[in-house]
Each structure stands twice: as structure tokens, then as C-alpha cells.
Design a binder for this molecule. Structure first.
Ligand SMILES: Cc1cc2nc3c(=O)[nH]c(=O)nc-3n(C[C@H](O)[C@H](O)[C@H](O)COP(=O)(O)OP(=O)(O)OC[C@H]3O[C@@H](n4cnc5c(N)ncnc54)[C@H](O)[C@@H]3O)c2cc1C
Length: 418
């Protein structure tokens, strides 16, 4: 196999996992990131590995739901109305994708890549090089209302058809599983397939490993352009240097659309802002759970409990919207009456930008306009879960190997609404 000089743009979970598998294959890897690898979506997320999330974000009814939520400042989903060409294009592609046939086609694809990624996470956990928190305990979808129960029951039926094991639990059964944290709910669905982790620990493990392995890091350096010959990138420019590349991996999350414009490639990616609150108080919460009506994720991480949520399409910015943060805190107390988030915990809120593709599937693969570029972006709400699988597939593409699973559904040049 030929060893290649590979430049990875972006040091989030997708970039780091790409670097991990590329370096294991013997390639010479350089990671460029405009930040210091301490913040952003790959650090603030809920840490779920999500075989349960078989329904893509673009699903029937979502466009109408989103439109209704736009007028409620504390709703879990918000689009800041603005005349922005990219947002309008993304919106049209999203609406086109909200069809039953898209959901039907995507379910087994999403499950397959999630299961592969979970296996890869577990392989890494077993390896002597790593020591990070990952528990294969499952995930509770908790509901208060019969409406949410009914909606989730429909997903459960489809997930069972695909082979997932799911039990419906009464409030008493949930309490038995988690005696220290009584919940004010009508019940829940327990997905056995899922797992949870502490993102910062995994990211730190990967960075340490990659440093030891000799991967070059150029941090706080923004990629500003490319030197190309025909449809081949020769080098990548940052604010400080020019770095030669045989291959380039674009794993730049929510920023991907603007970077690709420099190569005359059009790809729709919007930023979907989400917030996290870390609770250092002893909550007694031991079960990862999604609070269905509030769309809030709760994760018992190593040493603290995390509440995360909201999906805000307001462009690329890290402004904190206190109304949305307050809605997460309120949901916490409504579902766990003994939990009260302190002012200090509220003040410590952090946000991150999910890279949203219009149809909810990631983009993984080459683009016909550039011979030596591999895209790995647009992972939406599943980027954490899909990090290792994405890195593995990127490496197989660059090493000219057969891919472990078909990457056809993730083609960056796919159409929408067909
Ligand atoms: C609150 C919240 C909860 C979530 N929970 C989950 C969950 O439980 N499970 C799950 O699977 N997913 C979850 N997600 C989604 C997941 O976090 C993201 O999909 C994932 O982190 C995206 O990773 P990434 O590597 O593609 O992008 P990022 O982590 O955003 O990394 C992209 C990197 O590219 C760098 N970059 C951008 N432009 C440039 C440039 N020009 N030059 C150099 N560097 C550049 C950025 O600095 C950044 O570090 C959640 C997200 C949020 C916000």
C-alpha cells in the first residue's frame, strides 16, 4: 500500500477518528484546526452512541413542526428567519427530503453505520492505548404524555422490525433501574442497543494517542484556501503556512460549506446550535435518557451529569440564547423533581454547532470536482456516534480498499427528495 501525505481539515471527532485510522494504515497525517481542540460540538454533545436514532431529522411532519416551533422562543427547534441564500437552499432540500420514502430508505442505512461505529468504539475501548468512559447500558426514551408515547411507539415498531431490542417500562420499572433519581414520567421505552460516553475524555485520549503516533497538529490555524492543478489539490493554505498534500480530508463540521466554496464545490451544511449544562451536584441519575416532550438529552458522564438540547439554526455564531438554556433547565426539574440547576451551573453553559445536512445523512466520500478530496461532514445529530465509522470509511477510501459498508447513501452528490 502506498503511504500518502494526508491533510485533515478539522479536529472534531470526525477529523480525529479519520486521523486515527489513517495513521494506523501508515499514512502521514496532519490535522489543521482553527481552534485549540477544546470546544465545539465534539466536546459539548450528549455522548450517545445511537443505533436507536433510525429516523433521520428530515422526516414527514418535521417541516410543519419546525415552522410551528419557529414562533416559540423556548421551543426545542428554532430557525432564525433571514434572507440567506444558503439557508433557503438548505430549507428547500430539507423539505424535499421530509418524505416517507426517504425515511424508509434511510433507516437501515443509519442503523448499519451506527452499529459499525459502536463496534469500533468498543474495539478502541478494549485497546491498551485508550482509557475512556463508555457504557453499553442502553437509552431510555422517557415520556409524560400519551401523544409522545404514541409517536415513539411508532418508531419502536420500526426499530423492532430492524432487529433492535426495546422494552416498554412503567414509571415503577424505571425507578427500579434508577432508584436514586425518581422521575416524573408516565413511562419510557428502553433501547438496549445504545451506549453513552464522556466526550472530553474520548477526545483527550485520541489527541494523546495521535501525538504519540507522530500525527502533526497545526492548531489555531485557519484553512484559508487551496493550491490546485486541474482537479487535484496540491497544497492547503492556512493563515500561517502552506502544507503539501497527496489527499485532503474535509472534516470541518458546520464550516464545511464555506471552505468547499474555495474549491467551487457546492454542498449544503447549516449549523444547528445546541447547548449543554453540566451538573456537578449529585443527581443520582444513572440512566441516559431522552426527555421526549422537551427534546432534552440527559447523560450520566464520568464525574458529572449533562443535560443537553435545542436545535437552533441561526447561522455560525456561539451566542448563548438564555431563553433556550432556561427551557433545558426547566425540563430538568419537570422530569427529575429533585434536580435544581444552580445559577453557577447555568452560567457555565456551553454551545456547539452540529453540521446539518438537509436530509439528515452524513456526507462521506469523494466529489467528482476534486480527485484527492474526501468529505466527511454533515453528520447532524449523530456525529459523535458516527465518528469512528466515518474515520474508518475515509481511510478505506484513501487506501483504495473496499469499504466495510456501502458509502453510496452518503454520496456528497446525492439528490434530495427522490
Ligand atoms: C448539544 C449537542 C448534543 C449532541 N449530542 C450528540 C449525541 O449524543 N450523539 C451524537 O452522535 N451526536 C451528538 N451531537 C452531534 C455531534 O456533536 C456532532 O455531529 C459532531 O460533534 C460533529 O463532529 P465534526 O467533527 O464533524 O465537527 P466539529 O466537532 O464541529 O469539528 C469541526 C472542526 O473543524 C474546525 N474548522 C472549521 N473550519 C475550519 C477552518 N477553516 N480551518 C481549520 N479548522 C476549521 C473547527 O474549529 C472544528 O474544531 C450533539 C451536538 C450538540 C451540539
Amino acid at each position: 500500500m502506498t503511504q500518502k501525505k494526508v491533510v485533515v481539515i478539522g479536529g472534531g471527532i470526525v477529523g480525529l477518528c479519520s486521523a486515527y485510522y489513517l495513521s494506523q494504515e501508515g499514512h502521514e497525517v496532519t490535522i489543521i484546526d482553527k481552534g485549540d481542540l477544546n470546544s465545539g460540538a465534539s466536546h459539548v454533545n450528549a455522548g450517545y452512541l445511537t443505533p436507536s436514532h433510525i429516523i433521520p431529522m428530515a422526516a414527514p411532519g418535521m417541516a410543519i413542526k419546525g415552522f410551528r416551533w419557529m414562533f416559540k422562543p423556548s421551543s426545542p427547534f428554532y430557525i432564525k428567519p433571514r434572507l440567506d441564500k444558503e439557508l433557503i437552499r438548505w430549507g428547500i432540500q430539507f423539505i424535499k427530503s421530509c418524505t416517507p420514502s426517504h425515511v424508509q430508505r434511510s433507516m437501515s442505512t443509519i442503523l448499519e453505520i451506527n452499529l459499525l461505529s459502536k463496534e469500533l468504539f468498543l474495539d478502541m475501548q478494549k485497546s491498551q492505548h485508550f482509557n475512556f468512559h463508555l457504557e453499553t447500558k442502553g437509552l431510555l426514551m422517557a415520556y409524560k404524555t400519551s401523544h409522545a408515547e404514541k409517536e415513539e411507539a411508532e418508531v419502536v415498531a420500526q426499530a423492532k422490525d430492524l432487529g433492535l431490542k426495546i422494552d416498554q417500562l412503567s414509571p415503577e420499572e424505571v425507578l427500579k433501574k434508577q432508584p436514586q433519581a425518581p422521575m416524573n414520567i408516565a413511562g419510557g421505552f428502553w433501547y438496549e442497543s445504545d451506549a453513552h460516553s464522556t466526550p472530553e475524555l474520548f477526545m483527550q485520549n485520541l489527541i494523546t494517542f495521535l501525538n504519540k503516533k507522530g500525527v502533526h497538529f497545526f492548531l489555531e490555524k485557519e484553512v484559508t484556501g487551496f493550491k490546485s492543478k486541474g482537479s487535484q489539490i496540491q497544497s492547503v493554505y492556512t493563515s500561517a503556512q502552506e502544507i503539501q498534500a497527496d489527499e485532503v480530508v474535509l472534516a470541518s463540521g458546520a464550516w464545511s460549506e464555506s471552505i468547499l466554496k474555495k474549491l467551487n464545490i457546492q454542498l449544503s451544511v447549516q449549523a444547528g446550535k445546541g447547548y449543554r449544562l453540566n451538573l456537578n451536584q449529585s443527581t443520582g441519575i444513572s440512566l441516559p435518557a431522552i426527555l421526549l416532550e422537551a427534546k432534552v438529552a440527559v447523560t450520566p458522564m464520568q464525574g458529572f451529569t449533562r443535560f443537553g438540547g435545542t436545535m437552533e439554526l441561526s447561522g455560525i455564531n456561539h451566542k448563548i440564547n438564555s431563553k433556550r438554556v432556561a427551557a433545558i433547565a426547566q425540563a430538568a426539574s419537570e422530569y427529575y423533581p429533585h434536580v435544581h440547576i444552580s445559577q453557577e451551573e447555568l452560567a457555565n453553559v456551553k454551545c456547539g454547532l452540529r453540521p446539518l445536512s438537509p436530509d439528515g445523512l452524513p456526507y462521506i466520500g469523494r466529489h467528482s470536482k476534486c480527485k484527492n478530496l474526501v468529505l466527511a461532514t454533515g453528520h447532524s445529530m449523530m456525529g459523535w456516534s458516527l465518528g469512528p465509522a466515518s474515520g474508518k470509511l475515509v481511510t478505506e477510501i484513501i487506501s483504495n480498499q473496499n469499504t466495510t459498508i456501502s458509502i453510496h447513501p452518503f454520496s456528497p452528490e446525492r439528490g434530495y427528495g427522490i
